[in-house]
Design a protein around this ligand. Sequence first.
Ligand code: BDP
Length: 582
Amino acid sequence: MLYPQFNLFRQSNDLSGFWDFCFDREQVGETQGWPSGFSHGRPIAVPASWNDQFEDGRDYLGPAWYQIRFDLPWNWQDKRIFVRFGSVNYLATVWLNGTQIGGHEGGHLPFEFDITALVQPQANCLVVRVDGELAFDRVPPGNVTGDTVDFFPSHGGNTPQAQFDFFPFCGIQRPVLLYATPLQALQDITVVTDLVGSEGKLRVRAQKYDQTEASARFSLRGYGQDISVETQFNGDSAEALISVPEAALWSPAAPNLYELSVELLQNGAVQDVYSLPVGIRTVVVDGERLLLNGQPIYLTGFGRHEDFPVVGRGLLPPVIVKDYALMNWIGANSFRTSHYPYSEEMLALADRLGFLVIAETPAVGLYFREDGLERRLELCSQYVRELITRDKNHPSVIMWSVANEPHSKPPHAKPFFRQLYDEAHALDSTRPVTLVSTVGLAEESFEFCDVLCLNRYNGWYVQSGDIPKGLQVLSEDLDAIHEKYGSKPLILAEFGADAVSGMHAQPPEMFSEEYQAEIIARTIEVLRQKSYVVGEHVWNMCDFKTCQGVGRVGALNHKGVFTRDRRPKLAAHRLREIWGAK
Ligand code: BDP
């Protein structure tokens, strides 16, 4: 799936701004004709979550309606025209000029519609109904009843009733783009890179919308190279191999990016062009090591969230820039997109700035009770497909994570994840696939995962208040998992402690900044003694908003080493000493 681009052949118009908005608590929108436009809306900012924009909307999860009117630019005749949503949480139904053009389930991946036949030069009305309600057969799930699932911050219930530990922000959370391509246009591009000695090998494939005769010209430029290969389309796809002598490789230390430009040609005339940055690099699991370009890598960094005051989970580019600056300052080289795919804008900067990314699907809080299971599997597999389709060309993405902390005890968990693992590998044979587990020894899917990712809170949720005891248990636990699942790399994907900013204690006590700094530093000492550990991701980079519950003071998870407004706690300074400034 190509991100909209602006060039001689393509244009894109960002519909960000103030839209009309209303809640639909009585669910009357459709019967009252809102799909054709409504007149009682109040202004809302797009993109952003709605929850913190209105006092009466904080815990309201939908349905709600959005509307915007637009004209087309004067020169969009004879174009193929699309409307593309970066993400809408959770269920979206979309109408253009009163006609339903489609829908999408899942809150963190893009979807688009070809609106060429319906769109008018002027006075178009785009309406979106958004339903973010939590349900047992949605992924991630919520409002789960019965005793099968025990989610700890919910002792006594949490509000809203999410089956995961972050606020279920709702709405149009990433940009809505209107874009135009030529009628003969490229639909997708896939780039896979490899290395033979110092020579970079690129396997590139272009797809177009139709089967008409055409050829593709692939041109790679940068670092003194300007290489072009032309090849015929076979049906709707064209493939080529490009060799790059003395390739300038992509890595965190030197995030070198070539520019690949793909031209669609008919009778020698260029019909369409799409350019994308390409990083030449390999990622390989070799026994208990993880290799980038043939060299062992060790991940330092965080599990994170897309979360900021007022915008909620809405895309806010200055925060992205700030967060990379802070990760750079602290010496992080990587992060996991816990617990859902992050914005395309975030990943584009990871490519440019040289960060390694474990890209995760929204499969968090999964449980395996029979009711709704088939639907949850369908959704998870849709997410794997959509995530890989979207992010396959990012050199920064080094691994796919198909779930976080599933409640994997029932016997159907293993075949469930085997299917997701196989699907991920079928779509992308070049990246390792993992699953982030909390049960460790009992996680049978570890048998086939390429890398083992583990979350552990020794000295916090268990062995609370006793760091030495917690770390002794952790050390034995890691060795046992390593022994059981053979020689595979292991990443401690979450560890840490809540610290309420400004709370201090000597000797360190739980919830103080000192305790958090201590547990993080001492855990890292344990990890560094284990040859099979290839990464340490502290939970979390920043404090983040959660549902209300007795375990979450101020409806925040305080495990950030930065506050929610990005100020360092003691642990951030300690980490900076350990990880070293770049
Ligand atoms: C882990 C979850 C994460 C939570 C964290 C915590 O993966 O989403 O926020 O615990 O409790 O189990 O802070």
